[in-house]
Design a binder for this molecule. Structure first.
Ligand code: APR
Length: 247
């Protein structure tokens, strides 16, 4: 970990007018949630077909069995790690304005962040494919799959963005507004491989934001838009950053 660079990043953050964070699966790895790509990556072990919307519509039971095993059985007990907690402290101390996340694990909110925009939805909600009724996950009994709607008996789908589905309009609009307002943009734990989410940090950079990136290895952003690359685990780098911000 390059302490000189961390000190520099802390200085940039201290002087920021409007700091926004953009997070990917890497920030939750140290909460025991595997990433999608790289070692132990989900897509290295499972074909992502069960998360493709047309496949889900055709084979909801087969998809739900994989979705429950892959996400719900893991996320229900997941806790925020030190990286999530430092971001919550940064919001509390008014260093951080908002978080735009690709994660569906709700860990930023669990850590205490209030302004979180979930570009890829959330596992905490289910939505009926027929009448669009929405349910908190606590309503559903996932021992009987696929879960069905109490109103119309339609199949319930996790309110997560499946492949070939559009992003939630509210989150996408808010993310663009936040990215354009940011003068410092903190990217944590993403390969930057998935569009349109990966366009958000580029929008921030186009509008003049200084880009700080935290990752255990370079991403697509590192050699294109990143100004300060802090190599290391999210928990270790953010803990150090937190020290320099006197959190
Ligand atoms: N600390 C920081 N970064 C880490 C850590 C860690 N402890 N562990 C892994 N990383 C980094 C990896 O180097 C990689 O760049 O986190 C990133 C994880 O990449 P992905 O698994 O591709 O996750 P993400 O970029 O969020 O994927 C975007 O793809 O499949 C879709 O919807 C899914 O939201 C997801 C999207």
């Amino acid at each position: 970990m390059n302490i000189g660079l961390i000190e520099k990043a802390a200085e940039v953050i201290r002087n920021a007018r409007y700091l926004v964070a953009f997070t990917g699966a890497g920030i939750s790895v140290e909460s025991g949630i595997p990433p999608f790509r790289g070692e132990n990556g989900l897509w290295e072990k499972h074909h992502p077909l069960f998360m493709e919307i047309e496949h889900f519509k055709k084979k909801p039971l087969q998809s739900w069995i994989k979705i429950k095993e892959t996400f719900y059985d893991k996320l229900i007990d997941a806790e925020p790690n030190l990286a999530h907690k430092v971001l919550a402290k940064m919001e509390e101390r008014s260093f951080l304005e908002s978080i735009i996340t690709q994660n569906i694990d709700h860990l930023h909110q669990k850590a205490g962040n209030r302004y979180v925009y979930e570009l890829h939805g959330t596992y905490r909600q289910l939505v009926c494919m027929e009448c669009r009724s929405e349910y908190e996950i606590s309503f559903a009994n996932l021992n009987y799959l696929p879960p069905t709607c109490y109103v119309c008996k339609g199949i319930l789908k996790p309110d997560m963005v499946f492949f070939n589905e559009p992003l939630p309009a509210f989150a996408q609009k808010r993310a663009l507004v936040e990215a354009r307002r940011a003068d410092v943009f903190l990217i944590i734990g993403t390969t930057a491989e998935v569009l349109p989410a990966a366009e958000i940090p580029e929008e921030a950079q186009k509008n003049g934001a200084k880009i700080i990136e935290i990752n255990i290895r370079p991403s697509h952003f590192t050699h294109t838009i990143t100004d300060i690359f802090l190599e290391g685990k999210a928990t270790e780098v953010l803990m150090k950053l937190g020290e320099y911000l006197y959190l």
